[in-house]
Design a protein around this ligand. Structure first.
Ligand SMILES: Nc1ncnc2c1ncn2[C@@H]1O[C@H](COP(=O)(O)OP(=O)(O)OP(=O)(O)O)[C@@H](O)[C@H]1O
Ligand SMILES: [Mg+2]
Length: 167
């Protein structure tokens, strides 16, 4: 199952981040895909803030990985844009990330086989002045998560903040 959501403005992307955070399973890996500027970091930041990360959420473009302590558990935000070869990731200690509460990966296609497998893939694309997000399950936990996001949206049908489903 996958679904597409219209995100008319940045507030809609933030609302999607909150919906994903509110419904996330105990441990999840999310691959964030899409071109430069599609909104991957913006969505990652929205999820991290909704999970209680207070200070600045730095872009991991140069550090490759930023880690955050959450009230419960830990989150990691990776940006692999600068990785040329998946073997470079051996030095990052990615095995430590297995089982943490939330692992968000931008440019996962550059990570090769050392990355933990995804529960959810989110592909973002520019659409007019807004964005489009396609959410695709990649594990049984990811399937449950998508169901939970859909219910979350059904519970709030009148809030125009909540992203509109287009397919
Ligand atoms: N729904 C939306 N409509 C319009 N603009 C949006 C929307 N969601 C996010 N943006 C904007 O998209 C811009 C690009 O964001 P971002 O840095 O997250 O891109 P990115 O996909 O992480 O790119 P990169 O691959 O370079 O890291 C941000 O300035 C943000 O305000
Ligand atoms: Mg980014």
């Amino acid at each position: 199952m996958s679904e597409a959501l219209a995100l008319a403005d940045p507030a809609a992307t933030e609302a999607l981040g909150r919906a994903l955070a509110a419904t996330a399973p105990a441990s999840a890996v999310v691959y964030l895909q899409g071109d430069l500027g599609a909104g991957k970091s913006f969505l990652a930041r929205a999820m991290l803030r909704a999970l209680g990360v207070a200070g600045t959420v730095k872009s991991p473009t140069y550090t490759l990985v930023e880690r955050y302590a959450l009230d419960r558990g830990e989150a990691a935000h990776l940006d692999l844009y600068r990785i040329a070869d998946g073997a470079e990731l051996e030095f990052l200690g990615l095995d430590e990330l297995a089982g943490i509460r939330l692992c968000l990966v931008e440019w996962p296609e550059r990570g090769g086989s050392s990355l933990p497998p995804p529960d959810l893939r989110i592909a973002l694309a520019v659409s007019g002045s807004g964005r489009m997000a396609r959410l695709e399950q990649a594990s049984p936990a990811g399937a449950d998560w998508l169901d939970a996001v859909a219910s979350y949206r059904r519970l709030r049908p009148t809030s125009d903040e909540v992203p509109r489903k287009i397919s």
